[in-house]
Design a protein around this ligand. Structure first.
Ligand code: NOJ
Length: 802
């Protein structure tokens, strides 16, 4: 099908202007073109029309049914499917229905960390904790159990997984919602999450597409436009698109476009991103949903590939009537609106939601005080998964003088605001995340969260930390609704009973008195982050002072940080009285129970850092959130000029020493690596992937296995432990990172035991994006292969040639 002449001629008329705009660097004066549309829509090239589909691969059956159903719909009914309605329940949003032909629309809720705003559900470890686990099986099982909860509660969609933000900027308030700032790790975890959720018949909604790398200016407000993420083509493919491609390949039924602009064109009306890359190059068969309020235009967003506007649409009309009129007058093609409706309905059929799906929103009533049908969504099979998540969330980064594990101490002193459960209520009368996370902050620019703390806890608070109790999740739409909270203090108290340990505690003082008889002093601090605001800093003076004050009087100070993102610790990490440090991340409702297993050595720690911990914030590559200064204050621009080189790729390139490198984490045992074997599966692989019929995920040839690597990991230490072995690849060429994660496997190994880890490298894993060829290129030359326990501890290396 072709786009109506009006759109095509508009696109070609714009081309010269777009080319001119592309030539202008965003930080050079722009007055000359400021009145042109190209200033607002420039740089991102036009790609029309939206690819129509009859269902590639395993989507064919769903499309056949969808075509049949949509062919019975009137124009008004099709248009009605594309807009959101105010939910009559606690769904985050509901989409329009066509009840005459039996299509009920969708309920969407929650995020990648579980369902929220309701009762009888679990508070799961956040994605950052799952990234830290490096555990594929755990990732999958968590998604299976979360998916079951979404289904039971009548949510057609889970609002995750999140792979954008990826975490380019350490201060981003939502980095904790995604698994890691490494695209490969994030992509693997996202793919497993999509599979686990969708196996329960729930549609995954992979978000936020794309370049959503700061909260500041995420939305237009006060005559200031939303920030534009300006990303070059190679960086787009190798970094930001990579995990989305993994999720699309895994079959995600839905993708959410983001608030920010991409190359100066709104992400929800960016035809290059939606028509060109997502639905074209990646062959995405599902439907695109806007983030809440991210739709910026009517005709343009429809033609650029947006399928559903949430939570309602002023551009398409409350019932889609403006969109229907645009079809009638030829501004939007009839084919496009049919494609929109077909994609939406195909998602429903593809997941089997037409058969026996619970009533939409059934377990999420508006009122919890009125009589209602109670829906218990918690499955007892969740218990071991929740606990494993809370254990493997912890990354031990320092352990001297045999500080850990604890050995039946006589006296433990426990300090810090993060040790107990929040004293405020846990009740669905108020949004649970309000209580747990110090607030829900909406807004285009950063606001200080302390006012929310003040309201909730009635006491002085500080931005960037949650003084109200232990932090088990971040804040905003990714926050969870825990069934209970096992706090560190409560879990330690239980073990104290078993061990006849006495406990002293002070959760309030910044300079607590230390009992000189303490065997150890456990200090609990956190680093809060939430939607709508970027973090004010990567460490805070209040918590640092608390640690230093305790350490001044306690020679065995053990620090646990519940961190919603990177947290710097150079203020005290070298203090010899700080004997052990754990990055606990956001472990979910079993936080304390999981941590106690580590503290008391029932399980050896096995989490690894899913990001680099720098010595100083200035060591990181990406700047702080761009707040749009000077002449650009009305049109904030964020140039991703570091390209591929952020986090460990940047540290490796610049030869910088991090405090703790990506992939690092200690154990109570030791592992030795040996017997590297590298085997080419395919000889004489061509430079570019053979052109195969496209499937969801793009050219299937990109997933063809080219190399098999095996290595042996030997537990040489005193206790059983799990090791996350990592494989890194150095692609030939000085323009490529020194090495990039391209494989990881985790296994529990008994004392003295050996396990052979196997890594399969696909064509995509070994290729670089060639901008001229617009394809993935297997470069000629020597590929370095490294295997080891972290990005800087790589005892095995070898070479494979193409
Ligand atoms: C806005 C958030 O950015 C998005 O992640 C979420 O899914 C929606 N609100 C709905 O809660």
């Amino acid at each position: 099908m072709v786009a109506p002449p009006s759109i095509q001629s508009l696109a070609s008329a714009l081309l010269p202007v777009l080319a001119a705009a592309t030539a202008v660097h965003p930080h050079q004066p722009r007055q000359a073109i400021i009145t042109e549309d190209a200033f607002f829509y420039g740089q991102s090239p036009p790609v029309y029309p939206t690819p129509e589909t009859s269902g590639l691969g395993d989507w064919a059956a769903a499309y056949e049914k969808a075509h049949a159903l949509v062919s019975q719909m009137t124009l008004e009914e099709k248009a009605n499917l594309t807009v959101g309605y105010p939910p009559p329940n606690r769904c985050s949003g509901v989409t329009g229905s066509a009840m005459r032909v039996g299509f009920p629309g969708f309920c969407t809720t929650g995020a990648g960390n579980g369902i929220r705003q309701t009762d009888f559900v679990n508070g799961w470890p956040a994605a950052i904790s799952i990234g830290a686990s490096f555990n594929k099986n755990l990732t999958y099982l968590r998604a299976v159990q979360m998916g079951g909860e979404f289904r039971a509660k009548g949510s057609s969609l889970a609002g995750g997984p999140v792979v954008g933000p990826l975490g380019r900027m350490e201060r981003h308030g939502r980095n904790w919602e995604s698994f890691s700032n490494d695209p490969y790790l994030a992509g693997e975890m996202a793919a497993l999450t999509v599979r686990g959720i969708q196996e329960q018949g729930v549609q995954a909604m992979t978000k936020h597409f794309i370049g959503y790398e700061q909260q500041s200016h995420r939305l237009a407000a006060n005559n200031i436009s939303a920030v534009s993420s300006n990303i070059d083509d190679r960086t787009m493919h190798e970094i930001y698109l990579w995990p989305f491609a993994s999720a699309v390949h895994a079959g995600t039924a839905s993708v959410m476009c983001s608030y920010n602009k991409l190359n100066n064109s709104g992400s929800c009306q960016n035809s290059k991103a939606l028509n060109g890359i997502l639905k074209g190059e990646l062959g995405f068969q599902g439907w695109v949903i806007s983030d809440w309020g991210a739709q910026d235009s009517g005709v343009a967003s429809a033609m650029a590939g947006l399928d559903v506007a949430m939570p309602s649409s002023k551009y398409w009309g409350a019932k889609g009537e403006i969109l229907a009129e645009a079809v009638r007058n030829g501004s939007v093609s009839a084919e496009r609106i049919t494609d929109m409706a077909t994609r939406i309905v195909a998602g429903w059929y593809h997941l089997g939601q037409d058969q026996g799906y619970p009533e939409l929103g059934v377990g999420m009533p508006i009122s919890f005080t009125e009589p209602r049908e109670i829906v218990y969504a918690r499955d007892p099979k969740s218990k071991p998964v929740l606990l494993s998540g809370a254990i493997e969330s912890n990354v031990l980064v320092k352990n001297i003088n045999n500080a850990l594990p604890l050995k039946k101490p006589k006296l433990l002193s426990i300090f810090g605001y993060d040790a107990p459960a929040p004293a405020a209520q846990n009740t669905p009368f108020q949004r649970p995340e309000f209580i747990k996370n110090n607030g829900w902050i909406w807004g285009a620019t950063g606001v200080n969260i302390s006012s929310y703390n003040d309201i909730l806890y009635g006491r002085e608070s500080l931005p960037g930390i949650s003084l109200g109790g232990t932090l088990i999740t971040g804040g905003g739409s990714g926050a969870t609704a825990p069934a209970y909270i096992s706090s560190p203090f409560e879990a330690i108290a239980q073990q104290a009973y078993e061990d006849d340990t006495s406990l002293f505690w002070d959760f309030q003082s910044i300079k607590p008195a230390v009992n000189s008889g303490s065997d150890a002093c456990l200090v609990f601090i956190n680093a809060y982050a939430g939607e709508g605001v970027d973090r004010p800093y990567l460490h805070d003076d209040y918590s640092d002072a608390l640690v230093k004050n305790v350490a001044a009087n306690c020679s065995n100070t053990i620090v646990t940080i519940h961190n919603a993102g990177v947290r710097l610790i150079d203020q005290w990490i070298d203090n010899p009285n700080v004997t052990a440090v754990i990055f606990g991340h956001l472990p979910g409702q079993d936080s304390g129970r999981g941590l106690a297993q580590i503290l008391y050595g029932k399980v050896s720690p096995s989490g690894k850092l899913p990001y680099t911990v720098a010595k100083n914030e200035s060591d990181y590559a990406a700047p702080n959130p761009d707040l749009g200064e000077g002449q650009y204050e009305m049109y904030p621009q964020s140039d991703f000029s570091e390209g591929l080189f952020y986090d460990y790729r940047h540290f490796d390139k610049e030869g910088l020493k991090p405090r703790f490198e990506f992939g690092f984490g200690l154990s109570y045992t030791t592992f030795a690596y040996s017997d590297l074997s590298i085997e080419s599966i395919t000889q004489d692989a061509p430079r570019f992937p053979p052109k195969m019929p496209i499937k969801q995920g793009g050219n299937p040839a990109l997933w063809e296995p080219l190399v098999k690597v095996t290595a042996t990991v030997h537990n040489t230490g005193p206790v059983e432990g799990a090791e996350a072995a990592q494989l890194y690849v150095g692609v030939p060429g000085h323009d490529s990172p020194v090495r990039q994660l391209r494989g990881f496997e985790k296994a529990t190994i008994p004392v003295g035991g050996k396990v052979t880890m196997e890594f399969v490298l696909t064509r995509r894993d070994l290729s670089a994006w060639n901008v001229e060829a617009q394809d993935w290129e297997l470069r000629k030359g020597k590929y370095k292969i490294y295997v080891g326990g972290s990005s800087r501890d790589l005892p095995l290396d070898g070479v494979v040639r193409f």
